[in-house]
Design a protein around this ligand. Structure first.
Ligand SMILES: Cc1cc2nc3c(=O)[nH]c(=O)nc-3n(C[C@H](O)[C@H](O)[C@H](O)COP(=O)(O)OP(=O)(O)OC[C@H]3O[C@@H](n4cnc5c(N)ncnc54)[C@H](O)[C@@H]3O)c2cc1C
Ligand SMILES: O=C([O-])CC(=O)C(=O)O
Length: 547
């Protein structure tokens, strides 16, 4: 028997910093549904270490934060977005403090926050909760959301696809989503407005700092629903993940370098000054490429990150989580350098949104890592993304409130097509495809690219896509197959964007075009659904006339 349809004013897909901020900012009169693919708190937010950037220090200014962000973004940031996010930074941080986030303080007054440094920032401006900032933010917001009377939480509930006017008729717009529950059933959930807050897509790569959930579901769903995506070629590789065969995804925060950590070759020689005068605190694209270059040049598996010259108490006070985790793998960072390697970390591109988080589809919003908001351009500066989640989560909620009256009541939705058959033997093939995709993306669309490598990736992606379409059409869906389908879509978008950008800029480096294009204004790479056409040109993000 068909269970009754869930129906909300606002359905938020994702429960990281972006999703929970949006939920908490909406007024309690609205019925809000929040979906989480796993437990509510699981996601990149929970694992964020370094902190959240905001202008708080007396020697700092909004102009300086804006300039640093634009410099790191290598000509592709949208200045209006950067200005908006930076100017709302102090307010966003105050909101988090009011929610109860226990940021690290100095002195006795309890109100003076310790600020650390990370790459690209010319000042100390990163608030943090020791080295587990994301956990402090996520668990604080989780408590708030669980206590809210108007918010209904669905854990282990995976959105499969958005439901639009194409299926229900009426004015163009979003009407809800099909959702796979823990019982294996797919049900429609209706809403007047839907917010995508599904995080990034770094699981497209073999080695990543991200949790398993980061399979780009929101980007793939928005693309299938007809939204434009942009800048997918700019995958950020974090320079320093612990190198250990059982821990290829454990991040060593950039704040370790911010507090004096040095990068060394395996024989103990420093090398970063040969690549950039800012040394260890150059923007991430430069540091990751330098490490990759030295590893290939010397044929070594890792480089070293050394902070053991600092007092042991300083290290354990600032980096208790990292210190403890490394001990579990046999490394004592108070006494010895750590072996580190780069890994896929952040998706700078995504679903195009304007300053209010609106996508191309009426009623559909997006916030956080799933988006291309114009903040990061060709390379995100450290600790700007948690800030983006809070600023855009709040902006989206405010815009929804302003516009909800214009959006239709949630309609009765068509049920999911259940005519597919179960065939558990296919599961093994899906798993193989998973491995294949993540490996060819790592090998061919990684830190250093070439035309030939991208062509090889394109060939493999095409084959994989047709196989996945076949499974998807015939077999009953499960989480693995759905994620694989989304990853294949995202891989396709990354490859198409990388092939379209015939220059090196920010995080996209290709040996065949090693310099930035000299002539003209650099454009974002915008992909348009249906035509799957890569075009270049500057995007004008809309500004709400009410603002
Ligand atoms: C190890 C690590 C350290 C980092 N450190 C920092 C830092 O110090 N400072 C900083 O600014 N940034 C940092 N980042 C980046 C930052 O943490 C993320 O960009 C940010 O937290 C993303 O938040 P989000 O809300 O967009 O997504 P996430 O926090 O990733 O949440 C995604 C949510 O979407 C849900 N979801 C996904 N797909 C579906 C689906 N199909 N159906 C239903 N739900 C779905 C998931 O269950 C989850 O709830 C770090 C990232 C990592 C991985
Ligand atoms: O702690 C880190 O290095 C991660 C970080 O700041 C970020 O990704 O913004």
């Amino acid at each position: 028997m068909q269970s009754p349809q869930s129906s909300y004013d606002v359905l938020i897909i994702g429960s990281g910093a972006a999703g929970l901020t949006t939920a908490l900012r909406l007024p309690t009169e609205l019925r809000v549904g929040v979906l989480a693919k796993a437990d509510l708190a699981e996601g990149s937010t929970l694992w964020a270490q370094g902190g959240i950037a905001a202008v708080l220090a007396e020697d700092d200014s909004a102009e300086q934060h804006i300039e640093d962000t634009l410099t790191a973004g290598a000509g592709l940031c949208n200045p209006a977005t950067v200005q908006r996010v930076v100017e709302h930074g102090p307010e966003a941080v105050r909101w988090l403090i009011d929610q109860g986030v226990p940021f690290t303080t100095v002195g006795d007054d309890g109100n003076t926050y310790h600020l650390t440094r990370e790459g690209g920032h010319s000042r100390r401006r990163i608030l943090h909760a020791a080295d587990a900032t994301g956990r402090a933010i996520e668990t604080t917001l989780e408590d708030r959301v669980r206590a809210a009377p108007n918010i209904e939480i669905h854990e282990h509930a995976m959105a499969v696809d958005l439901i639009t006017h194409h299926r229900c008729g009426g004015e163009p717009g979003v009407r809800g989503a099909y959702v796979l529950g823990a019982d294996g059933e797919v049900r429609p959930m209706a809403a007047r407005s839907v917010v995508l807050a599904t995080g990034g897509a770094s699981k497209t790569y073999l080695y990543t700092t991200n949790p398993d959930l980061s399979s780009g579901d929101g980007i793939a769903m928005a693309w299938r629903a007809g939204c434009r995506v942009a800048n997918m070629e700019f995958n950020q590789f974090h320079p320093t993940c612990l190198f250990h065969r059982e821990a290829r995804n454990f991040l060593i925060s950039e704040a370790v370098r911010g507090e004096g950590g040095r990068l060394l070759l395996p024989d103990g020689t420093p090398f970063m000054h040969r690549f950039d005068e800012r040394g260890e605190l150059a923007p991430r694209d430069i540091v990751a490429r330098a490490i990759d270059h030295e590893m290939k040049r010397l044929g070594v598996d890792y480089v070293l990150l050394d902070i053991s010259h600092k007092p042991a108490e300083f290290i354990t006070e600032h980096f208790p989580t990292i210190h403890q985790r490394c001990l579990e793998f046999g490394f004592d960072m108070t006494r010895e350098p750590l072996p580190v390697v780069p890994a896929a970390h952040y998706t700078c591109g995504g679903v195009m949104v304007d300053l209010a988080g609106r996508t191309d589809l009426p009623g559909l919003y997006a916030a956080g890592e799933v988006t291309c908001s114009g903040l990061h351009g060709a390379n995100r500066m450290a600790s700007n993304s948690l800030l983006e989640c809070i600023v855009f989560g709040r902006a989206a909620a405010d815009d929804i409130v302003r516009r909800l009256g214009q959006l239709p009541e949630p309609p009765a939705l068509p049920p999911w097509d259940e005519s597919r058959v179960t065939d558990s033997d296919e599961e093994i093939v899906v798993t193989h495809n998973w491995d294949e995709l993540r490996r060819f993306m790592w090998d061919y669309v990684g830190i250093v690219r070439t035309d030939k490598r991208l062509q090889r990736a394109r060939h493999r992606a095409d084959l994989l896509r047709s196989e996945i379409q076949e499974y998807y059409g015939h077999f009953r869906v499960n989480g693995n197959l759905l994620e694989l389908r989304n990853l294949a879509t995202v891989a396709d978008l990354i490859i198409a964007s990388a092939m379209a950008r015939r220059e090196s800029r920010g995080l996209h480096f290709t040996r065949d075009h090693p310099e930035p294009r000299a002539e003209g204004t650099p454009g974002e790479t915008i992909l348009i659904p249906d035509r799957a056409l890569a075009v270049e040109g500057r995007v004008t993000l809309g500004v709400d006339p009410d603002d």
